[in-house]
Write a protein that binds this ligand. Sequence first.
Ligand SMILES: Nc1ncnc2c1ncn2[C@@H]1O[C@H](COP(=O)(O)OP(=O)(O)OP(=O)(O)O)[C@@H](O)[C@H]1O
Ligand SMILES: [Mg+2]
Length: 654
Amino acid sequence: MSKPAEAQPADPLAQLIQKNQFVGWLCHVNYEEALVLTRDDWKLRAHGVPVNSFLVAAASEAPAEIILLRVTGAATLPSNEAADGLKVEKLKQRPAEAAAGGAFSDLAAEQFQLGGLQCRVLGQFYSANGRLRLGCDVESYSSAAGLAVYRPEGAALEAIVNYVSPERLASSREEAKRLGLAGDLPRFPIGTVRFSSTDRLHRGEAAGRAVFHLNAVDFLARRTAVFGMTRTGKSNTVKQLVSVVKHTSSEFKLKIGQIIYDLNGEYANANQQDKGSIAEVFPADTIRYRMMATPGFELILNNFFHQVAEGHSTLRGLIEASKIPRSADLEAFLSMDFDGPRKEDCNTDYEFQRQTAMHDLKLAAYRAVLARAGYELPEGFKFTFEVNPGVRNKVNPSVNPADGMTAQQTFEWFQLVRQIQDELITTAGKSWIEPDTNVLINLLLQKNDQGGYIPGYRLLQPFKDYHAPNRRTDVCDEIYQHLLAGKIVILDLSVGDPVQRERLSKRIARHILRSSMATFNAGQHAPHIVIYVEEAHNIIGRAEPLAEIWPTIAKEGAKARLAIVYATQEVSSIHPNILANTENIIVSHLNNQHEIGELARYYDFGDFANSLIRAQDVGFARIKTLSNPFVIPVQIDRFDPEREKRRGAGGKPH
Ligand SMILES: Nc1ncnc2c1ncn2[C@@H]1O[C@H](COP(=O)(O)OP(=O)(O)OP(=O)(O)O)[C@@H](O)[C@H]1O
Ligand SMILES: [Mg+2]
């Protein structure tokens, strides 16, 4: 089902013509528009002709070219006026009993059945070297040809909506080759073509449905927007995408890492309403993260004893967002940084060693503060740092910190340091305790420089839960490794402090971009990663500075093979620069002219203005992809956890 359209039929054009789907004759055509004459019985036989349906017009059953049309409305035939007059006369004489059923039975009937279809010319199919090609305009048209018009369905419709130009196919093949795949990049089936809200006929039992695919070549390393009013299926679309990308990538042995910023916890957890979640469908390939210890979830948090700078900046964010009164020591603590000395900044090796020793002392004092505040030590953790023999003997000759100390021993060691601090003078005549370390000792011992009481380490106690004592590596790196392995990472952001959440979200995004960019800059192929974000107006909204991490990913991520899928309710809420560079747009119901106006500026979405406002059907989307030169209306498949699980065991999606 998801195999690329590898083999083409002998005559790729003939496959688009289905005799049973004949709906009428082309009366009139120019570069932009066409008028089709049709009849009730022909329309019915072709399972209806809804507004927005595709039509094809051809001179014969083996044509050299085919005009592709989209129905935009009903049209008045030149002969209609006379027929309408006659019809009114007939209706005047019609008895009420006729309402029970039956059409006009006399000769006029045939005339009354005729009608016109107003169409827009979308392009022209022709064949070149045995392959189907689509030009997005008509080169020439024949006014007198009287082309037959069909409403394609099933296989023919599938060929139209899944058309990929030979150029893009070639680039897909090239990319596939780089990735070691045979053939083209895969395609992801996400729904079936649907033209109108009422779909009794065109998607009924007898009608052939057409599966619509998103091509990996369009989707990977590209931007995809998902728009629509609340409860119209945005999250479902995202779930469906995650799921088909996962299934297809497993089938093709193509690693695609996927990361979901799950603001409401709907991807991580089975919720009552939808009975199932991504995590449930792909248990072995999904890793869930949370900011709060929960069974089945990894902690997004870091180990404050190992990732010192990160832990400190977390504390800074939390304290700044709290109402804790600021003392001089607290201010000094907040403005500290924990970057170690750099060799290139030091004049001599000796100077570098001295600065390193001072930095280690500062780290020890900081960690002692954390331990004093009750932050659990990582397993087997010891306080270890070098102190020159002169100082060591003055502080406590029987203890050498280089041998490793417990938290209690370290606390006591700093207590002794404080007692003789005035005597610890360097050869340059300065205090051996540097200012930052001095502040940390103040916090540790709860005494300021004047010897007055301060709350000190107690201020850090409320934030203990942000420290993950069991974590060894940086969480960002761990997540990136999962993505490299083609896993689905869900960041459940439904719990935890909002400031922290935002900071961590950005940090993870920055880490992904940086790591993949580094691979790209080193001349290697970056891994394929797809990032999904909801409520996108918050991060790539109109007011967001474009230099921020999210807009940067949206603008430049493609180089590093990062695809971004962003969902939000309003088209107008997204930064116009980013929207203009979004290759794929998926829109369900919008409820006002302003939003429609924003959207109508792109491609031929204007054709769907009425239907987008009117049809509120869940999952009924209009899709513009990179490959398709025009918008395609699609009913997105419902993400059905049970079916997805079976699919993993060989079931079929449709
Ligand atoms: N294509 C679909 N087919 C059938 N049911 C669907 C489809 N898409 C969504 N639904 C159902 O409709 C409901 C709302 O869908 P969803 O949560 O995806 O909407 P949403 O646009 O993300 O809403 P919100 O703006 O509130 O986040 C869900 O119960 C979902 O199962
Ligand atoms: Mg949603």
